[in-house]
Design a binder for this molecule. Structure first.
Ligand code: SAM
Length: 230
């Protein structure tokens, strides 16, 4: 008699697949983004109280007045970044860590900065648990992370009052900066491409709603006390 084979059933696989199909129907065309989203367990990144809604196409509360971004927004912004395997990418606003993990799954070398201590700690632990080689930093990301610059891509996942100059300066030639800019209630999503030392091309991609980027080059114009990285 053949012994029964044991399969580990992933109870979220179908929901994850349905979400990816939904994103495709909403116009996400970048197959590398969709393939990475099909692999990444969003249920591990959402707050435990919202695990049953992990695969709805909505932003969900993370606590501390912050959110994990809507999957459509994550997919759209990631497509705009035009990430290639091996690219060095800086993310401002680690939050749950989902966006950073997605970029790592796509083969990027990821650096991410968070200003909220508990979220920073939680995301760091999750990256270790998932074996993702993501470099994390606690501090004011509106100033970027100069030590590792230049970056092929920079993605800001909080709404800024203007494009922070340090982020423009930390972009490699040919690099892309994706950032929502506007008021505290709504912003326009911008992609800046660095053409040369002093020239940037700017494109606009419609209106979005993000939590505010707080910091010296963000809202309130103040930096956080101290910083640390790993
Ligand atoms: N990318 C996140 C994810 O995948 O879950 C979602 C980010 S949430 C919409 C925005 C995050 O930006 C929050 O966690 C907030 O604390 C953080 N943030 C706001 N201002 C910041 C700053 N100056 N530096 C770093 N993080 C900042």
């Amino acid at each position: 008699m053949t012994p029964p084979t044991t399969h580990r059933i992933d109870p979220y696989a179908e929901l994850r697949h349905a979400l990816v199909e939904h994103l495709r129907q909403r116009g996400i065309r970048d197959e590398r983004v969709l393939a990475a989203m099909e692999k990444l367990p969003r249920e591990l990144f959402v707050h435990p109280a919202f695990i049953h809604r992990a695969y709805e196409d909505v932003a969900l509360p993370l606590g501390y007045n912050q959110t994990i971004s809507q999957p459509y927004t994550v997919a759209f912004m990631t497509s705009l970044l035009e990430v290639q395997p091996g690219d060095k990418v800086l993310e401002i606003g680690t939050g749950s860590g989902y966006q950073a993990a997605l970029l790592a799954l796509m083969g990027a070398r990821v650096y991410t900065v968070e200003r909220q201590w508990e979220l920073y700690q939680r995301a760091r632990q999750l990256f270790v648990r998932l074996g993702l080689p993501i470099q994390t930093r606690f501090g004011d990301g509106s100033l970027g992370w100069a030590e590792h610059a230049p970056y092929d891509g920079i993605i800001v996942t909080a709404g800024a009052p203007h494009v922070p100059k340090p982020l423009m300066e930390q972009l490699a030639h040919g690099g892309r900066l994706v950032i929502p800019v506007g008021g505290t209630q709504s912003q326009v999503l911008l992609r800046l491409r660095r053409l040369s030392e002093s020239e940037y091309e700017t494109e606009e991609f419609g209106e979005f709603r993000f939590v505010p980027l707080i910091g010296r080059e963000g809202w309130h114009g103040r930096a956080d006390q101290g910083s640390s990285s790993s």
